[in-house]
Write a protein that binds this ligand. Structure first.
Ligand code: NI
Length: 205
């Protein structure tokens, strides 16, 4: 963990926002160096094709991991669009190195079928993988990534409820170790620059 990356993550978690339902809660400032070293971890979830997959299935590829949900009216689509724009700034071969993953914080509604339609949305990364699973498994992987999420009932809205959640795109390296965070507020060119730095580190061994 580089100090700069951790500072950026603390900033990003301070920016954690709800999707439509304001809440005073976020997990900014909770982090410590010990916590920083522990970002990420093993998971076994269900992908948008209905297949059981684990973190080990993605080993060898850098991942761009985002937690969100398909009913999110604003922040999740924005984050995924920013990520797509960033990847489009790389060569196709370079972009293909990275595996973008959306892990739902709303497994009750985000079934594999719902995720399958969502991940193929226009403007999202072409190879985006959606992951869902049992509530306990989602809670465990969210905790491993220091992601806060909380259901907020919105009886007057289209959605019955929304989910406040941390909005961080985690760049994880090919061994599953955290590299650095981006957010829905990051500029695509800044995300792209971070991805290029990672490619350069890979190339230099
Ligand atoms: Ni969202």
């Amino acid at each position: 963990m580089r100090a700069a990356a951790w500072a950026a993550l603390a900033f990003a978690t301070a920016l954690a926002v709800g999707c439509g339902a304001p809440s005073g809660d976020d997990d900014g400032g909770r982090g410590s160096d010990a916590a920083a070293q522990a970002i990420g971890g093993p998971f076994t979830l269900i992908n948008h094709r209905g297949e059981t997959v684990s973190d080990a299935d993605f080993r060898g590829q850098p991942l761009l991991v985002y937690f969100g949900f398909t009913y999110c009216p604003d922040v999740c689509p924005l984050a995924l669009q920013k990520l797509s724009l960033a990847l489009e700034r790389l060569s196709p071969a370079d972009a293909a190195v990275f595996q973008p993953i959306l892990i739902t914080v709303d497994p009750e509604r985000d079934t594999p079928e719902v995720l399958s339609a969502y991940v193929s949305s226009n403007g999202f990364p072409a190879n985006l993988v959606g992951l869902t699973g049992a509530e306990a498994d989602i809670a465990a992987v969210a905790a491993a990534y220091r992601v806060f999420y909380e259901r907020v009932d919105t009886p007057d809205s289209y959605a019955d409820y929304l989910v406040d959640h941390t909005s961080v795109i985690y760049l994880m390296d090919e061994t599953g170790a955290f590299v650095e965070p981006y957010t829905h507020a990051s500029a695509p060119e800044d995300i792209a620059a971070g991805l290029q730095r990672h490619l350069a580190r890979r190339a230099s061994g």
